[in-house]
Design a protein around this ligand. Structure first.
Ligand code: ADP
Ligand code: MG
Length: 628
């Protein structure tokens, strides 16, 4: 192929513009990104060579070499990994395969830090070379291709790049950075070594640099033609726990997650038994931007006997733990395992169960810690990931109880952080149920009329305001033997919390009220399946409840918003016989208007929408207008 000039994809141009103009801090990470790509390329070769050994050609030892040339002002990163064909070079280095570019740019534009660290997170690490270089040259040859099929790719990092065919004897890739003016600090063996030590120590292949030697005559360090490893070259998780520092664990986390924040917790174990594996798992402190992306797979990498098999091995973690990052290295799975096979493997099932338990244990440690710092961390974790963890209740029966203990809610006592255990400890004497109300927002929940009697009696009510709460409730019926009971469903039966006298008084009022109730029922016959008096209300005139077996109004609304049809069942209107408005109903000439208004207001108070808001406004206006 003759030399061709091609244009970068529009997204790449935008990224490049930002990279070259905006990233001032942590410039050194370009080396981490390029070494990481070199390491990925070697992993890919090892994987493809599993059933095609000839791909190793005559160089079976995979390695990465890094060197610099002071005169030419270049740094070169060489790997003998899989390499790229011309088509691959054009596709991989000229376009962006992954989604998330826009989020990346938004983050960069919003973030004052302008931290180069961000770049790896979005699958655009290669372009970080342009932070320090004003030209990148890539020379590469795909493993197995003829020497005449080498490729040179080159760009100044603005609008376009060049590609041409070259002769290249060795397989793999050289990335050559032509440094910008002012970036001379990277032309130093010591500097490069220290960056590699900092970011790439755990890379499982040797990263080699030319050995430096003291020259007695010249009185300076000179570069020899001996190559020496500058990293430990043992995959971090294969090393003994006692040999790994906290800082190394943290750095490894950053490398695999591209999260700048320290993880909430991590766990590293060798598991022996029916199936043997090593797990190094991290729980992040902050949610990634794509947590809610349904297509997103898990964050766990699968290795088999230290050979990288696949990223995002979702079969290894339940969906509700999709935020967990880390590595699982199995001693038993076959090296040619596929995603399909993973789904069916009994070993994988055992690994998933083991890892799930580990992750829950990590979370429990943080949640139950007496250390206020840890408690705050858990609160933050819950804000970030609580909704995802709630999905687990339907997905993971075996761990239902452990999960429910990790859950936190708002309640009438605290705006957040209330666990079922806290609630149970605070239950009143004689209280048998855990009470909750569901609503769209905290303030709707808090002001819900159904809470009035509970407030009066000092009984705590959980305020469930997450979208997933209704789903959670369809799988979780009780905690610690105490039923979860909606304050907006069925009759209020406060059990022993209501004394005999109160019950008797309530019955008497209901009896006396019968004629009015009959008229209300008639007036509202298309809207309410029943109208009854209640002891639930203290300050409000009326509220809406549903029958025990019926879907809550909140859930019905959510289904409707999601475009699904909710089964149509009429709610029940409950009225407060002590309320002045209700008392005056009897004998009022505007009975029908008042009945409709009572119903509409009860619906509004509970976060519902009126079917005919104009009619409501007209009725209220009529009421407010002085009669001639
Ligand atoms: P990512 O590594 O997240 O895929 P990068 O921007 O770092 O994103 O790299 C883009 C792509 O370019 C890689 O996925 C890979 O296909 C290709 N690539 C980059 N460096 C190399 C290399 N040294 N050898 C082979 N392919 C490479
Ligand atoms: Mg990369």
């Amino acid at each position: 192929m003759d030399k061709q000039t091609l244009s970068f994809q529009a997204e790449v141009k935008q990224i490049l513009h930002l990279v070259t103009h905006s990233l001032y801090s942590n410039k050194e990470i370009f080396l981490r990104e390029l070494v990481s790509n070199a390491s990925d390329a070697c992993d890919k070769l090892r994987f493809e060579a599993l059933d095609k050994a000839e791909l190793y050609e005559d160089a079976p030892n995979l390695e990465i070499r890094v060197w610099f040339d002071e005169q030419a002002r270049t740094i070169t990163i060489r790997d003998n990994g899989i390499g790229m064909s011309a088509e691959e070079a054009v596709a991989h280095l000229g376009t962006i395969a992954k989604s998330g570019t826009r989020e990346f740019m938004a983050k960069l534009e919003g973030d004052q830090k302008k931290d180069a660290n961000l770049i790896g997170q979005f699958g655009v690490g290669f372009y970080s070379g342009f932070i320090v270089a004003d030209r990148l040259t890539v020379e590469t040859r795909r493993a197995g291709a003829a020497p005449g099929e080498g490729v040179r790719w080159s760009s100044e990092g603005s609008g376009d790049f060049e590609v041409e065919t070259i002769e290249r004897a060795q397989r793999g890739t050289d990335v050559i950075l032509h440094l910008r003016d002012g970036e001379e600090e990277f032309l130093s063996a010591w500097k490069l070594k220290s960056i590699i030590g900092k970011y790439s120590d755990h890379i499982s292949l040797p990263v080699l640099m030319p050995q430096q030697k003291w020259d007695e005559e010249k009185k300076e360090q000179v570069t020899t033609d001996q190559w020496e490893p500058v990293n430990k070259a043992a995959a971090l998780w294969t090393r003994a726990k006692s040999d790994i520092t906290d800082a190394q664990y943290q750095e490894f986390y950053k490398q695999i997650s591209y999260d700048q924040e320290a993880p909430l917790a991590y766990t590293h174990n060798r598991v022996e038994g029916r199936t043997e594996y090593t797990q190094l798992l991290y729980v992040p402190a902050k949610a990634p931007f794509d947590l809610w992306n349904r297509d997103k797979r898990g964050g766990v990498k699968l290795y088999v006997k230290r050979v990288f098999i696949m990223d995002d091995a979702e079969a290894l973690m339940p969906v509700y733990l999709r935020f967990v990052k880390g590595v699982i290295d199995s001693a038993d799975l076959p090296l040619n395992v596929s995603r399909e096979l993973l789904q069916e493997s009994r070993d994988v099932k055992a690994i998933r169960e083991g890892c799930t338990k580990r992750v829950l244990a990590m979370l429990e440690d943080v949640a139950q810690s007496d250390d206020p710092g840890q408690k705050d961390k858990y609160a933050e974790f819950w804000r970030q990931f609580g909704q995802v963890l709630k999905e687990g209740i339907g997905e993971d029966h075996a761990n239902r109880e452990r999960l429910s203990k990790l859950y936190r809610f708002a309640s009438t006592q605290a705006d957040e952080g209330v666990s079922f255990e806290d609630y149970v400890k605070r239950m009143k004497e004689g209280q048998e149920a855990i009470y909750y109300v569901t609503a769209d927002t905290l303030s709707t929940a808090k002001n819900s009329p159904q809470l009035e009697i509970f407030r009066k009696k000092g009984i705590e009510v959980l305020l469930l305001i997450d979208r997933v709460d209704e789903w959670m409730l369809s799988h979780l019926y009780e905690f610690d033997g105490k039923p979860l009971t909606s304050v907006a469903k069925g009759g209020v039966d406060l059990g022993q919390l209501q004394d005999e006298e109160e019950k008797k008084a309530a019955d008497a009022v209901a009896e006396a009220f019968k004629p009015v109730l009959e008229r209300l029922k008639a007036a509202l016959k298309d809207r309410a399946k029943d109208v009854r008096t209640t002891a639930r209300l203290v300050d409000s005139a009326a509220c809406i409840v549903v029958d025990d077996g019926d879907m809550s109004a909140h859930l019905a609304r959510m289904l409707k918003q999601a475009g699904q049809t909710a089964p149509k069942s009429l709610p029940i209107l409950e009225v407060n016989p002590e309320h002045a408005l209700v008392k005056r109903l009897d004998g009022d000439a505007r009975f029908d208007d008042l009945a409709q208004i009572l119903f509409d207001q009860a619906l509004l108070a509970e976060g519902g929408q009126l079917e005919d808001p104009a009619a409501y406004v007209q009725r209220v206006t009529r009421l407010l207008t002085p009669q001639g």
